[in-house]
Design a binder for this molecule. Structure first.
Ligand code: PFF
Ligand code: NA
Length: 448
């Protein structure tokens, strides 16, 4: 084995570390709440397993074949005369947009880890005042935690794949899973547990809006980290003889399970306290802390564990968002890894400060454009437009441009012909067409 490559388990944990993040524990529960539960979860599961997993497999396939950064991967694997496909490797740039708002949320999480131990809000009103006050007025504390976030990310990436990224995930991912398991066991004995199960899995079609489909598809890309060469870049450090289909299935199943478990935990606690889950982004930062306070001592403990788990999940993802850029700078620009890391991190750090300020009272007006502030725009543009576009590029490349033997040799020996044919059909037709239609609707060109 190559000395700077992941072990098989190391890859699965790192890719799962990338996939499992704010998307699972913060976003998934609140968008499920906003979109009425049941049917939304079904649409989400269907998209994740049909389209999401297929593109995930495709990224692992490309990365583990070329062993290079995103741009060079497409360039190497494209046939003569079609080398311009290398430009679809530049989707790592989407990462800058995501990393900015992502790190701002990590800063909130750090704040709530500390608040869990010092001063949880005593009522829902207090909780709302506390959270909004923190966002709008406490620029100083936000900046401290935000800076700390970037230092952690940069220190990890600077150490490289084995000593930095693999090691971080080998520690944080098992810890995360243990904490979530503990919280799940606690939730199962709560009165609200069955209501939570019902809310997530009972398909109530009346509550479903067609707009929810877009949210589900956008989230399928975001949650699996696909469409911006992140998974491809991690797979570049994976040996080719690994069963890439099995490894991919592991990661997708873990990501989905953790989203569902996080949803069950959060909804059980919310329903048990007699609250409603349709509270938008504040579900985790406003509703939960107030409920934790009401629980007394056990609440402090649960709150601390919950926000620590959220921090672990988010940091391993944040690291994976920046690594493709660093890999590009190292391989194509011949920049030394440490320098590349600090440069790229500094660049994202500076843009992120502007994003952070767009939530504050002083700057919110000048940093709001149309219906959204910069924070919400970055979230929307990256997960609803750029990641799906990057995903389509992968699907078309693998479905039409890549030498068929490359894909066949990497997949058929592990799965047989049938799986391969279905997968190829999804790459060629299902993924590009469905994502394209959904994006047209999203931008408002068509209405369905
Ligand atoms: N998959 C992560 C989550 O669900 O929070 C977010 C993410 C990580 C998106 C890495 C994109 C990426 F490249
Ligand atoms: Na995820």
């Amino acid at each position: 084995m190559h000395k700077n490559r992941f072990t098989r388990v190391g890859f699965i944990l790192a890719a799962a570390g990338s996939a499992v993040g704010l998307g699972n524990i913060w976003k998934f529960p609140y968008i499920t709440g906003d979109n009425g539960g049941g049917v939304f979860v079904l649409v989400y599961l269907a998209t994740v397993f049909l389209i999401g997993m297929s593109i995930f497999i495709a990224e692992v396939l490309l990365g583990s074949n070329a062993h290079k950064d995103g741009v060079s991967t497409f360039e190497t694997l494209a046939p003569k005369g079609k080398k311009y496909w290398k430009y679809s490797g530049f989707t790592f740039l989407t990462g800058f947009m995501i990393l900015t708002f992502y790190s701002v949320v990590i800063a909130w999480i750090f704040n709530y880890i500390v608040l869990s131990l010092t001063a949880l809000p005593a009522s829902f009103k207090d909780s709302e005042t506390l959270f909004l006050g923190f966002l709008k007025n406490d620029i100083y504390t936000q900046l401290i935690y935000y800076t700390l976030t970037f230092i952690l990310i940069a220190l990890t990436i600077a150490k490289g794949i084995k000593k930095g990224i693999e090691k971080l995930n080998n520690i944080l991912m098992p810890a995360l899973m243990l904490i979530l398991l503990g919280l799940l066991i606690y939730s199962i004995q709560l009165d609200g547990f069955m209501k939570a199960v019902d809310f997530m899995f009972y398909p109530n079609f009346e509550k479903f809006k067609s707009g929810s489909i877009i949210v589900a598809v956008g989230h399928a890309f975001f949650t699996l980290s696909i469409g911006m060469v992140t998974i491809l870049t991690y797979a570049a450090s994976l040996d080719k003889d690994v069963n890439i289909v099995k490894a991919s299935i592991w990661v997708v199943v873990m990501d989905t399970l953790i989203a569902i478990v996080a949803g069950l935990i959060i909804f059980s606690i919310t329903f048990t306290a007699g609250q409603e889950p349709s509270k938008g982004a504040g579900l985790v930062f406003i509703t939960l802390p107030a409920i934790f306070f009401e629980m007394g001592t056990i609440g402090i403990f649960l709150s601390f564990l919950f926000f620590v788990a959220l921090a672990f999940a988010a940091i391993t993802s944040a690291v994976s968002i920046l690594e493709p850029t660093v890999m590009y700078l190292v391989e194509r620009r011949n920049i030394e890894r440490k320098k590349a890391t600090y440069g790229a991190a500094l660049f994202a750090y500076v843009i992120g400060i502007v994003v952070l300020l767009s939530n504050t009272a002083v700057f919110s007006e000048s940093l709001t454009f149309g219906s959204k502030n910069l924070f919400d725009w970055f979230d929307f543009i990256s997960s609803a437009i750029l990641m799906p576009l990057g995903g389509i590029a992968v699907a078309i490349f693998v479905g039409y441009i890549l030498d068929k033997e490359v894909a066949r040799n990497a997949i058929v020996p592990h799965t047989g012909e049938k799986f391969y044919n279905i997968w190829l059909f999804i790459m060629r037709y299902v993924a590009p067409i469905s994502v394209f239609i959904i994006m047209l609707k999203e931008i408002g060109i068509i209405t369905i």
